[in-house]
Design a protein around this ligand. Sequence first.
Ligand SMILES: [Zn+2]
Length: 302
Amino acid sequence: METLFAAVDLGGTKIAAALGNAAGQLLHTETVPTPPGAGPEAILSTIANLVDSLSSRAGQRPVALGIGVPGLIDLRTGQVNFVPNLPTQWRGVPAGPFLERRLQMPVRLLNDARCATLGELLYGHGPQYPSFVMFTLGTGIGGGIVIDGRLRLGPLSAAGEIGHSTVLPNGPICGCGNPGCLEAISSGPAIARAAGYPDTESAASAARSGDPRAQQAFRDAAFYLGIAAANLVTALHPDALLFSGGMSELVDLLLMPVRAAVNERVRMFPADGVAVRRAGAGPNAGLLGALALNVAPDKIAL
Ligand SMILES: [Zn+2]
């Protein structure tokens, strides 16, 4: 019988779960709404029930569970330290040990953007690029850094929070408390607000039809994204900058200006060989990353 791994992508509105194999094929999937207003215990129980339900469908238990969580998670302890987009506080929740007791299998949890980076490393464009930086562009701006084939996590699994690099001194206050973070200027909600539209989709179509305020909002967002990207290229000289998440589809409004900014601002060495492109793992990047947590833990540098 083929070895199966369980993968969960925990989001503010839905929880996606899958059983997949080491090749990155998701064989059984199920998605449920995130229980509204629920605390950690109810959400973790929902996750455990999803794994049970998928196991019955597959007629076999997975060997381990990986979970991508939208917050700060210590991979080594399985402790959730901060989840800004879920309704209740998760500070210091021992989610890993709780689920290991409940499911009787090893459980690994990691920040969702770092998970997506690991998924990209295994199942997306990663094999082409030994070193790359991943930007996840959406409600927030997350990231992950791969150096010489391994995901760099740092001592608290928090390395790669590129959305929280300062790009505008004394800029708007970010959710993290720092003024002028990239996320406070170039995230989806920040762009929509600056453009005067309820969401990025309508702001993008307005910009493309010539609305000057929407065009300016995207120019500003791309300008600061370009500064962050160029600084990362100068610091790491990666093979690629990869972009995932809903807003990464806005190639004309965001990715092309970032390409131009990297070429213009990196002066110390030629940067035109650094690829700037959309990630390759596709819409299941979150689940593939959660799968990769247990398929290839050796690709994580702790
Ligand atoms: Zn911040």
